[in-house]
Ligand binder design. Structure first.
Ligand code: NAD
Ligand code: DAU
Length: 339
């Protein structure tokens, strides 16, 4: 298969590229990434040694650039990770989220239509469903839960999902959409909860927990997400939607406490700070459809995944120290100093 991966220099995209290179060494992989603050060529160092891997620096919302790449590469399938992905940044600057996540998706869908109805998969998020109450553990998001996004990030991702499903129905584009819960693992940019906490705890810095730390997320080790996406891409039903989850609900406080124990650091590093505006209370995924139709289930339990993640950050300090020394510093001040 000739696969075109957008956003492959980011967290999940680069893990997916390594997953595919290991599982299907004969596949050809093209990565398209604008290398925004979240994209990092250092994450693709090993991939770039493969003869059947190619990289293009391009913005998915740049129609001419994307059409040129499709003309040159003629992919069989496109898996679309590229996005502005951080909720807190979407509260500071919603415009770039609409441009990249909505317009960028539409450009890719048009390119897929124009170059022979190419198979397209939209990597979506469970945040499009809004949130669930903390006191109703029986409730989970299913594929038919109504959309109710809370942030500019999740609203822009909902729009992108709907575009993909509309192209499938109206233009018979062979598209699928997945909606996944919170990922963690190697190469995650240290603006998201787990790598923020690991990198700061290692430096004995305070750990900023929003509100009281009671908000709940459903954590999935990134390799399990990659396996789910691979299954949908190769065996999923066209025009359909799949929820992907980790079966590992934890409050943020619990996640940070587990991390501190794993790192051998004291709990007094925790600092409660002003809550995120519009902060979703709880996410929980019902992934029955993935299990029933595609025989997929998460394999890595949370404690094992967290230990592997901590080991990766310990062994790859150069990767994240480089990030912390750049643009990240001013982002950190903007997001945390006034809290
Ligand atoms: P990330 O922020 O780590 O990486 C995003 C990548 O997209 C970066 O390499 C960046 O350079 C690239 N990019 C951004 N704008 C671009 C543009 N205009 N053109 C081309 N490339 C561009 O994100 P992630 O956490 O790896 O998430 C990947 C996808 O998965 C996103 O679509 C996100 O919404 C979705 N998702 C993420 C999670 C999670 O927990 N991280 C869970 C569910 C779904
Ligand atoms: O559910 C899937 C989504 O998960 C993805 O679509 C997003 O791309 C991804 O960023 C993630 O969104 P969250 O907002 O849940 O992730 P984040 O890591 O930003 O925050 C996780 C929880 O931790 C959330 O309740 C906010 C809280 N938090 C986060 C940070 C960065 C803190 O308490 N302190 C922090 O410093």
């Amino acid at each position: 298969m000739k696969l075109l991966v957008t956003g492959g220099a980011g967290f999940i995209g680069c893990n997916f590229i390594y997953y595919i290179l290991a599982k299907y060494p004969a596949d050809s992989l093209t990565c398209v990434d604008a290398l925004t603050y979240a994209g990092n060529l250092a994450s693709l160092e090993r991939a770039r040694e493969h003869a059947n891997f190619r990289f293009y620096k391009a913005d998915v919302a740049n129609r001419a650039a994307i059409f040129d790449i499709f003309e040159a590469e003629r992919p069989d399938a496109v898996i679309h990770f590229a996005a502005e992905s951080h909720v807190d940044r979407s509260l500071m600057d919603p415009g770039i989220f609409v441009r990249t996540n909505v317009l960028g998706t539409q450009v890719l869908l048009d390119a897929c239509r124009s170059f022979g109805n190419i198979r397209f998969h939209q990597v979506g998020t469970d945040e499009v469903y809004g949130d669930l109450p903390l006191d109703r553990p029986d409730l989970k998001f299913t594929e038919s839960t109504p959309l109710s996004p809370s942030s500019p990030y999740s609203a822009s991702k909902a729009a992108a999902d709907l575009l993909a499903l509309a192209y499938a129905r109206t233009f018979a584009l062979p598209a699928t959409v997945s909606r996944c819960s919170n990922n963690y693992g190697p190469y995650q940019f240290p603006e998201k909860l787990i790598p923020v906490m690991i990198t700061r705890a290692l430096a004995d810095e305070t750990l900023p927990i929003y509100g009281k730390g009671q908000n709940v997320r459903d954590w999935l080790y990134v390799e399990d997400h990659c396996a789910a996406l691979d299954a949908i891409l190769r065996r999923g039903s066209i025009g359909k939607l799949y929820n992907i989850g980790g079966n590992a609900e934890r409050s943020n406080l619990k996640v940070v406490q587990t991390l501190l124990r794993t790192l051998g650091k004291p709990e007094n590093l925790i600092q409660y700070v002003t809550d995120r505006p519009g902060h979703d209370l709880r996410y929980a995924i019902d992934a029955t459809k993935m299990r029933r139709e595609l025989d997929w289930e998460p394999r890595v339990d949370f404690d094992t995944g967290l230990r592997r993640t901590v080991e990766w950050y310990l062994a790859n300090a150069d990767w994240w120290r480089e990030i912390l020394s750049g643009e990240y510093k001013s982002y950190y001040v903007r997001n945390y100093d006034a809290r």
